[in-house]
Design a protein around this ligand. Structure first.
Ligand SMILES: Cc1cc2nc3c(=O)[nH]c(=O)nc-3n(C[C@H](O)[C@H](O)[C@H](O)COP(=O)(O)O)c2cc1C
Length: 199
């Protein structure tokens, strides 16, 4: 019996070594996570006066299908986050390959970032949706979770759409990337007819 239990005795586990508890330096953490290719999104909402507001965000991902949930991570404090908390809703615009100037615009504090870009009110929430988006998702706030110096905002997706003919802007190692064609097409195994308009 004692022998059978031996494998479950946690006191038998070796203590963490200093290397395991020390943690990674911030710059090294940036180098590691910056190597993960991401898309670039504008998270849009509106302040108490109804003025559109938004920020550039690459930390966006899908979470659940039933119910449909996505998340984004935002550093605090954030004026856009304050607006999202108050309104309880936001729109994610996934930027297309030519939109790096829009990404830069929304990555700096400014009184009216939407004044110089083409946008429209999204169908469900009326919140700002960037015209240069290849896809978008309208969301109601599902939960907000504190996580270090950021918060994770979970959104329940109410509506959305994607344009199959547009390509995404990528972000990798602190640079924008042009993501232009599927590998199979560039390799010559697929023709344009195999993928364009379908996914
Ligand atoms: C390509 C790119 C990706 C970014 N991703 C994030 C992100 O995932 N989370 C975040 O908090 N800030 C991110 N930022 C920085 C914010 O866009 C920036 O701090 C912005 O000014 C915040 O707006 P706010 O003042 O309305 O909060 C990113 C900036 C760039 C250029």
């Amino acid at each position: 019996m004692e022998d059978e239990m031996a494998g479950t005795d946690v006191t038998a586990c070796p203590a963490a070594t200093p290397e395991q508890t020390a943690g990674i330096e911030p710059e090294q953490f940036r180098r590691v996570m910056g190597s993960l290719l991401s898309g670039v999104c504008i998270i849009g909402s509106a302040d108490a006066a109804g003025a559109p507001c938004g920020l550039t965000c690459s930390a966006v991902c899908s979470v659940s299908l039933e119910p449909p949930l996505l998340l984004f991570c935002v550093k605090t404090p954030s004026s856009t986050l304050d607006a999202i908390r108050a309104r309880g809703a936001f729109v994610v615009s996934l930027l297309d390959v030519e939109s790096h100037a829009i990404s830069d615009l929304f990555a700096k504090p400014a009184p009216d970032k939407f004044a110089s870009v083409a946008w429209r009110g999204a169908a469900h929430t009326g919140l700002p949706l960037i015209d240069a988006a290849l896809a978008h998702a309208e969301c109601a706030v599902h939960d907000i979770v504190e996580a270090g110096d950021h918060v994770i905002v979970l959104g329940r997706v109410l509506a959305g759409d994607a344009d199959p003919r547009r390509f995404p802007l990528g972000y990798w190692r602190r640079d924008y990337m042009r993501v232009l064609r599927p590998v199979d097409f560039l390799d010559g195994t697929d023709t344009e007819a195999d993928w364009i308009g379908e996914f």
